[in-house]
Design a protein around this ligand. Structure first.
Ligand SMILES: *[C@@H]1O[C@H](CO)[C@@H](O)[C@H](O)[C@H]1NC(C)=O
Ligand SMILES: *[C@@H]1O[C@H](CO)[C@@H](O)[C@H](O)[C@H]1NC(C)=O
Ligand SMILES: *[C@@H]1O[C@H](CO)[C@@H](O)[C@H](O)[C@H]1NC(C)=O
Ligand SMILES: *[C@@H]1O[C@H](CO)[C@@H](O)[C@H](O)[C@H]1NC(C)=O
Ligand SMILES: *[C@@H]1O[C@H](CO)[C@@H](O)[C@H](O)[C@H]1NC(C)=O
Ligand SMILES: *[C@@H]1O[C@H](CO)[C@@H](O)[C@H](O)[C@H]1NC(C)=O
Ligand SMILES: *[C@@H]1O[C@H](CO)[C@@H](O)[C@H](O)[C@H]1NC(C)=O
Length: 478
């Protein structure tokens, strides 16, 4: 289109007017946002900033893809293990590692012995950690070896990397959830994600400010880059520290970055039967589990490796709901149902509020000696032999897609409860129920701001059927 000079001036003044109006609105908005912090300017503008990082100090090597959604190809994994433990721990990593899809490396202290050769194609590729004994002039460099792996994996593979995920050789990661959570953050900013220990004293002894490494911690690209660049100096600065996770935190703190704890990252500094913990998971996508060697197998009559693979079968169908706790009631019998998706289901013979059922039953023991409470970073319920308090316990057995395009998860009774019925609520015993079938939509949940609701859609002598759904806008779970 050819435009006349007159048109140009008209357009020119129109543009100027528009520009002025826009600027006025912009400053008014910034001003009001600061007045009303619930409506922050950054949230409003971040979609635009993300696409065109106007203020980013140093546009990264991947400017062209900065606005595309984060997917698994943008994550690089660094796992640190020992040759000795890998023989049995590889089952944990292979339960979630996706050969030829997940990027990353395993770092071993010593070359693999013949039992591990030829190297399993289901395992990550391995490298032998750099020898740091001369550099640090000491013989035991285990903590520094673990930290140095951050630099070693960065050195080898960081093209188009957005997030560096570090873990141990027994960290069990839930990749789809990790991707979905990270996709909500701007990878061009500095982030250090991790998890606290469940055991209060571990946080006190090491640090409340550190991410516990076995649970996995996650560094955004610019942080990983800065940390890799400072690695040798930092190891020298903190040569006296002998805890890897603490030193990592110290190095990151010196870059000016602090921990953001994510409630789905689990160090599992617990011992014994952790089923109570896994049955009342916080309202956050499950990102990791750890220490499966240290706790009892999580499913009855399955060993540790079998338990891990069994859990992963449910995770393969729907990670978004994994361990998410959903609660509903069967009024005719005064029962409460608490479902931990893909893991367990409980029936209580009394109506219990969600505010109470969200506390794990303390089936587990403390990680270390802890003379007096509080022991844990969360409230617990004590195990009880009161029939009005003790649940009937069911564990995940099988998962199938139904003809109606729903997911059907079957939970089988673990053992007879061995208690009389709860008399104060009408003597409605659930003893005969041997199976709970849970139907859930065959699509993942994106909205994690609220739990799902459920309905008990059928109960007979032997079986209870429960259907999950979104809660109504004003629905109260009580
Ligand atoms: C991941 O995102 C990149 C763009 O950043 C794209 O090229 C690639 O195809 C995506 N991969 C998958 C598996 O979606
Ligand atoms: C991974 O890729 C290699 C070659 O690129 C192929 O030989 C191997 O079969 C692939 N493995 C899997 C599990 O897909
Ligand atoms: C290494 O440490 C030893 C004692 O542990 C000391 O005698 C030696 O001087 C140190 N070497 C260097 C290069 O610092
Ligand atoms: C689900 O599938 C398994 C096989 O994978 C089968 O054994 C089981 O009976 C099925 N369960 C239901 C409830 O259909
Ligand atoms: C449920 O329990 C309450 C006491 O908590 C009792 O009053 C009521 O009758 C019970 N309902 C049934 C159907 O048993
Ligand atoms: C429940 O059963 C016990 C003994 O079997 C009885 O004493 C009690 O009254 C019953 N409670 C109700 C509400 O029926
Ligand atoms: C209970 O219901 C299920 C299906 O909903 C059925 O397969 C089963 O036979 C029923 N059991 C009894 C004892 O009625």
């Amino acid at each position: 289109m050819v435009s006349s000079p007159k048109m140009d001036t008209v357009f020119g003044s129109l543009c100027r007017t528009l520009l002025i109006i826009c600027l006025v609105f912009y400053f008014a908005f910034i001003y009001l946002s600061n007045q009303y912090p619930n409506c922050p300017a950054s949230d409003f503008f971040s979609p635009f900033l993300k696409r065109a990082p106007l203020l980013a100090s140093d546009t990264t090597d991947e400017t062209e893809t900065v606005g595309s959604p984060t997917n698994l190809s943008h994550l690089v994994f660094g796992l640190v293990g020992s040759e000795k433990a890998w023989h049995h721990r590889k089952a944990y990593i292979e339960s979630w590692w996706r050969p030829n899809v997940t990027r990353g490396l395993l770092f071993l202290d010593n070359p693999p012995t013949p039992g591990l050769l030829p190297w399993s194609p289901a395992s990550p590729s391995y490298r032998i950690s750099d020898d740091l004994t001369k550099f640090l002039n000491k013989t035991d460099v285990t903590p520094q070896r673990i930290i140095h792996a951050i630099m070693e994996v960065y050195r080898e593979d960081h093209e188009n990397m957005r997030w560096l995920v570090m873990g141990d050789d027994d960290s069990i990661l839930f990749l789809d959830n990790i991707v979905d959570v990270l996709a909500q953050y701007d990878h061009t900013k500095y982030y250090y994600f991790g998890g606290h220990s469940e055991f209060i004293l571990s946080n006190y002894w090491f640090s409340f400010s550190q991410g516990f490494g076995g649970a996995g911690f996650i560094l955004s690209y610019p942080l990983a880059k800065a940390l890799a660049a400072d690695m040798e100096n930092c190891l020298r600065r903190y040569r006296h520290l002998n805890a890897a996770d603490l030193t990592t935190m110290a190095c990151i703190a010196d870059i000016g970055v602090s921990l953001t704890a994510l409630k789905g990252i689990h160090q599992i500094d617990l011992r014994g039967d952790i089923s109570g913990f896994l049955s009342s998971h916080p309202k956050f996508p499950l990102l990791s589990l750890h220490h499966f060697d240290m706790v009892a197998p999580i499913f009855p009559s399955k060993d540790r490796a079998e338990s891990t693979r069994h859990l992963m079968k449910a995770a393969a169908v729907d990670q978004s709901r994994m361990l998410q706790q959903t609660i509903c009631y069967h009024r005719q019998s005064n029962w409460s149902f608490s479902i931990s998706w893909g893991y367990s289901a409980h029936i209580y013979e009394r109506i219990m509020p969600r505010s109470y059922l969200q506390y794990p039953i303390e089936t587990f023991k403390t990680w270390g000696r802890s003379p007096r409470p509080p022991h844990y970073m969360f409230n617990t319920r004590s195990p009880s032999s009161d029939p009005c308090e003790a649940p009937h316990i069911f564990f995940y057995e099988s998962i199938n897609k139904t003809a109606e395009n729903e997911i059907l998860t079957s939970f089988a009774r673990a053992w007879p409860r061995g208690l009389p019925a709860c008399s104060s609520t009408g003597n409605h015993s659930a003893d005969s129920v041997s199976r709970i079938q849970v139907y859930s939509p065959a699509r993942k949940r994106f909205q994690m701001d609220r739990s799902e609701c459920c309905d008990v859609v059928g109960v007979n002598e032997s079986q209870a059927d429960v259907r999950l759904r979104e809660c109504a806008a004003d629905e109260i779970i009580a």
